[in-house]
Design a protein around this ligand. Structure first.
Ligand SMILES: [Zn+2]
Length: 198
């Protein structure tokens, strides 16, 4: 049995996604062995997470009111890319093809439930701005496909009323794949060849 505080930290790590008990033990042991300065800096970084919250406009991760993308006046404000999670933004940015804004849904529809998603906020954005195109960039998984269809139905009225183009990334990405893990070239082609959802 490990000492209580050691085991406590192992349990905290094990609660994180993709971290099993063995990996958690190795991480905690490595922190224990690290010099005091390194352990302190890890602890400080963890505490600083309190300063991180979601962007008031797009729900990306930020330490300010608006995230760096929303605050950047050089971005194309006519195009909105809808993603499931903030982590999906990083590979799209890395592909250097897209210069519009984002909207982070915060997950996928579950059954027909969508209350946990920022869809109402998306509708408000569409009403209040001059967005000309919405690119649905949900993952190519069953949940991602269901969410794309759900959005298509839900947004039909406002899209028609404001004459907004609704597109989705083309399936250069394999079925079942997460945008988060897509390589730059595939994402680039997936964005460039996006197709209209009808
Ligand atoms: Zn933002």
């Amino acid at each position: 049995m490990y000492p209580k505080n050691f085991q406590n930290l192992i349990d905290q790590f094990t609660d994180l996604p993709s971290v099993g008990p063995k990996m958690a033990e190795r991480l905690v042991l490595s922190l224990f062995k690290a010099d005091k300065e390194k352990a302190e800096s890890f602890s400080e970084a963890l505490r600083s997470l309190h300063n991180v919250h979601t962007c008031a406009q797009c729900f990306n991760i930020t330490e300010s009111d608006l995230c760096l993308i929303c605050a950047n006046t050089g971005r194309d404000c006519d195009t909105l890319c809808v993603v499931e999670d903030p982590l999906d933004i990083i590979p799209i940015e890395r592909a250097r093809t897209y210069n519009g804004l984002y909207h982070v849904l915060g997950g996928t529809v579950s059954g027909q439930k969508s209350d946990h998603l920022k869809i109402h906020e998306l509708e408000n954005r569409l009403s209040a701005t001059s967005i000309r195109e919405i690119i649905i960039a949900t993952n190519f998984t069953t949940e991602g496909d269901m969410t794309a269809l759900f959005l298509q139905k839900r947004l039909t009225a406002i899209i028609q009323e404001k004459n907004i183009l609704l597109t989705r990334l083309v399936r250069g990405l394999a079925t079942g794949s997460d945008i988060e893990y897509a390589d730059d070239l595939t994402l680039k082609s997936s964005l460039t060849n996006r197709t209209e959802m009808i």
